[in-house]
Ligand binder design. Structure first.
Ligand SMILES: [Zn+2]
Length: 300
């Protein structure tokens, strides 16, 4: 695409991967950036891909202040309705992490309402989180007794080498400056600490089959990673990816059915589904192979 250069490797060999358009549908700012929203509203947005390094990203990006405000005011009751499944997903992941790090200080960057941190706390981790949404921070305080720093990682000013483990669960793709955040994560992580990232994999088979209709393509996703580019970025800032796997999640049948329904009519259908207890409480394992897990340690 003429006049555009890759923000990562500076190459000008940029292709338009997808042109996104959602006609006249418009969303409130708060809903668009909620965790469980999977639509987009830009009428002229594109997903661009750098042919040189493989990084894909949304173009144009929203204004930084606008985005910050959107996350600060974000509320998402649908996310909370899935607490049982998300807690189960968290326990599975903590079990995997324990093979590398058993306990210590754990930081969750973009921790939402603290469901993962609450499960980690039960296992003996000393938990910390950073999150922009006031609603999510208040929820974690009131329901789990976990104090979360409201703001960006840099603003939290944690001491160097403070954490034994840092997790970023579906958060790196939302960041305006993922490189800056990873660099700061490297500063506050101990030299023998573990960094864990989960993010939608644009290199996955499902992503390639579904194209722009892949569920990973969202207005709130500013960057799209695959194994190759995330390894390269981590390497460039002093990490080494030591293991990759596929992220497994648990969702209620209710939630998955709602995802199949156009978002415009979801609020009308949800109360009907909620009345069917079997549907709302039945948890399904979801592993479509399109969610990448990266385990990284510092390069010595
Ligand atoms: Zn590039």
């Amino acid at each position: 695409m003429p006049g555009v250069t890759c923000g990562y490797c500076n190459s000008s060999d940029i292709e338009v991967l997808y042109a996104l358009s959602n006609g006249s549908v418009s969303f409130s700012r708060r809903r668009l950036y909620s965790i469980s929203e999977d639509d987009f509203c830009f009428s002229d947005a594109k997903v661009l891909k750098c042919r040189s390094c493989g990084l894909a990203y949304l173009f144009p990006k929203p204004d930084a202040d606008y985005l910050h405000k959107a996350y600060e005011t974000m509320e998402d009751s649908l996310y909370l309705a899935e607490e049982k499944g998300r807690a189960k997903s968290a326990r599975l992941l903590l079990n995997k992490l324990s093979r590398i790090k058993k306990t210590g200080r754990l930081l969750d960057i973009g921790c939402a309402s603290g469901i993962f941190l609450n499960e980690a706390k039960k296992l003996g981790w000393e938990v910390y989180g950073v999150e922009l949404s006031s609603w999510a921070v208040n929820y974690a305080k009131e329901n789990f007794g976990i104090g979360i720093f409201r703001g960006n990682l840099k603003d939290a000013k944690f001491p160097a080498g403070y954490f034994d483990a840092i997790v970023m669960l579906d958060s790196i793709e939302h960041l305006m400056d993922p490189l800056g955040c990873l660099t700061e994560a490297g500063r506050v992580l101990r030299d023998d600490g573990l960094l864990f990232i989960s993010t939608p994999d644009i290199g996955s088979l499902l992503s390639r089959l579904m194209g722009r209709y892949w569920v990973g393509i969202k207005q709130s996703h500013l960057y799209y990673f695959n194994k190759r580019i995330i390894s390269r970025i981590l390497n460039d800032i002093g990490f080494k990816a030591v293991r990759f796997s596929r992220h497994i999640r648990f969702f209620s049948l209710n939630y998955l059915l709602l995802k199949l329904i156009p978002s415009k009519i979801r609020p009308k259908v949800k109360p009907l589904l909620d009345r069917l207890p079997f549907i709302s409480s039945f948890l399904l394992t979801v592993n479509l192979g399109d969610q990448l897990e990266v385990y990284a340690v510092k390069n010595k």
